[in-house]
Design a protein around this ligand. Structure first.
Ligand SMILES: C[S@@+](CC[C@H](N)C(=O)[O-])C[C@H]1O[C@@H](n2cnc3c(N)ncnc32)[C@H](O)[C@@H]1O
Length: 307
């Protein structure tokens, strides 16, 4: 990089205009260096379980998932996730929206009602896409395709104003590929919303509620957090050979790193809490308190950096 004495660039130093980083010598070892590489944590550790597993993606649970979510979304979609998304998006005013990892596509019609001109859904499960296509019926502004959302695809073409990735980032092995596609699908400064299980408080097999009898509080226990792990979710517990889907747990910096590497910037974040409340009973007050203290989902608003 050439220096420019008259540069107004605040990163130039005053004397010669050469940015300070160009003058830096290779780092000498100090006693303050980290003992471990922080990126080591981004490598997934497989979690073993008793049954022999066969990872088959979401096709194997497509029928169950389609029924659970239905035409308007699951209980959590309807009460927590969709209201948060629609409030943030506001009037969509003819926007083109990509629904990345769209599943059975329930949100498509809601986005059209919010003013979107067109919604395109992409998902790896042919059966869920089949349901989405049926659900869209004759609605020509909704379109769907089967594709790996983390692999390069013609659909990630920089033509979208908004992209969504709902409850899916932890189902995708290749986070970097997914984030690159989110970025590539968006117009310059286009916005994406990612909603997923809050990794600080929700992690299959490693997060639990507990009851402290002395303090009369319901506490949240996390047995692990700081290591990326791939956790098999057994579809039919109890069977010797069971199909599984995989949940990819990642500590927060792994997300921030992948988002940044993809040319996106986190512009806002929100923690979403469960609306569910337990039956009236001796512990219900403490349970309600805990439900309002420990979030369930994390929403990240990200923006494609100007191109
Ligand atoms: C929990 S479902 C969420 C679906 C939908 N967004 C919703 O909120 O109902 C996770 C989805 O991620 C999809 N998925 C997982 N890995 C994927 C990949 N590599 N590319 C595209 N979709 C993927 C699955 O097929 C599944 O539909």
């Amino acid at each position: 990089m050439k220096s420019n004495r008259n540069s107004q660039d605040p990163s130039s130093n005053r004397k010669g205009g050469t940015p300070f980083w160009e003058k830096m010598q290779p780092k000498k070892k100090t006693s303050f260096e980290r003992k471990t590489d922080p990126l080591e944590r981004t490598k997934h550790r497989p979690v073993k379980h008793g049954a022999i597993s066969k990872e088959k993606g979401w096709d194997q649970v497509a029928k169950w998932y389609d029924q659970l979510v239905g035409d308007e979304g699951s209980d959590y979609h309807k009460n927590i996730i969709v209201p948060a998304i629609l409030e943030r998006l506001g009037e969509l005013g003819g926007a083109r929206v990509l629904d990345l990892c769209c599943g059975q596509g329930f949100i498509g019609k809601l986005l059209l009602q919010a003013g979107a001109a067109r919604v395109h859904g992409v998902d790896a499960s042919p059966q869920l896409i089949e349901s989405a296509v049926k659900r869209a019926a004759q609605e020509s502004s909704l379109s769907y395709e089967v594709a790996d959302g983390s692999a390069p695809g013609a659909w990630a073409d920089g033509s979208y104003d908004v992209a969504l990735n709902i409850m899916a980032v932890h189902d995708v092995e290749n986070l970097e590929g997914l984030c690159h596609n989110l970025a590539n699908s968006l117009k310059s400064r286009g916005k994406a919303l990612m909603v997923f299980m809050h990794p600080c408080f929700r992690m299959p097999k490693q997060a639990h509620w507990g009851w402290d009898q002395e303090k009369k509080i319901q506490y949240r226990r996390m047995d692990r957090y700081g290591t990326a792990m791939s956790i098999p979710i057994i579809t039919h517990p109890g069977r010797a050979v069971s199909e599984t889907t995989t949940f990819y747990h990642r500590p927060l910096p792994v997300y921030f790193h992948a988002i940044k590497q993809a040319g996106l910037a986190v512009t806002d974040g929100e923690e979403l809490f469960s609306h569910r409340r337990s039956q009236v009973g001796p512990r219900s007050k403490a349970e309600h308190f805990a439900a309002e203290e420990f979030p369930m989902f994390l929403l990240l608003e990200v923006q494609r950096l100007a191109i």
